[in-house]
Design a protein around this ligand. Structure first.
Ligand code: SF4
Length: 149
């Protein structure tokens, strides 16, 4: 029940590269520019991991970055959510099977939304964020209805 509560109507994002080639990062940063205007959905970049609500992760998660990813996740306040951006973050992508990678973010922390593509377009990244917010809103309504019954 705690996980469906969103603490703000303007969730703050934190972006972390766990070993991406930079392709997905460019698209994430583009999605956050005024051209795509994410603030119309109430979304903005957080200045600190400790204020983050949604962790946006790119890259295949190298074995070296896995510990940092887990530490960052643990530092976020509850409730917190994770979006894996791109094929590498979702499953390891072109690096899957390498001795140096974990084959995806969900091998280290729970993932709420996956964005396919190599790299995905900014529109797809924004769509994932909006879908996650919608999912939370619906879950919150259901919990509210159950509580009223
Ligand atoms: S999914 Fe493609 S663009 Fe994104 S980090 Fe992997 S190789 Fe680079």
């Amino acid at each position: 029940m705690e996980r469906v509560k969103i603490i703000r109507y303007s969730p703050w994002l934190v972006h972390f590269n766990t070993g991406a080639c930079n392709g997905c990062d460019i698209e994430v940063l583009t999605a956050l520019t005024p051209l795509y205007d994410p603030e119309r959905f109430g979304v903005k970049l957080s200045p600190s991991i400790r204020h983050g609500d949604i962790l946006v992760v790119t890259g295949a998660v190298t074995k070296k970055s896995a510990e940092r990813l887990k530490r960052l996740y643990d530092q976020m306040p509850d409730p917190k959510f994770v979006i894996a951006v791109g094929a590498c973050a979702s499953s390891g992508g072109v690096f899957a099977g390498s001795y140096a990678v974990m084959n995806g973010v969900d091998k280290v922390i729970p993932v709420d939304m996956y964005v396919p593509g190599c790299p995905p377009r900014p529109e797809a990244i924004l769509e994932a964020i909006v879908k996650l917010l919608k999912k939370l809103e619906n879950a919150q309504k259901e919990v509210g209805e159950v509580a009223r019954e």
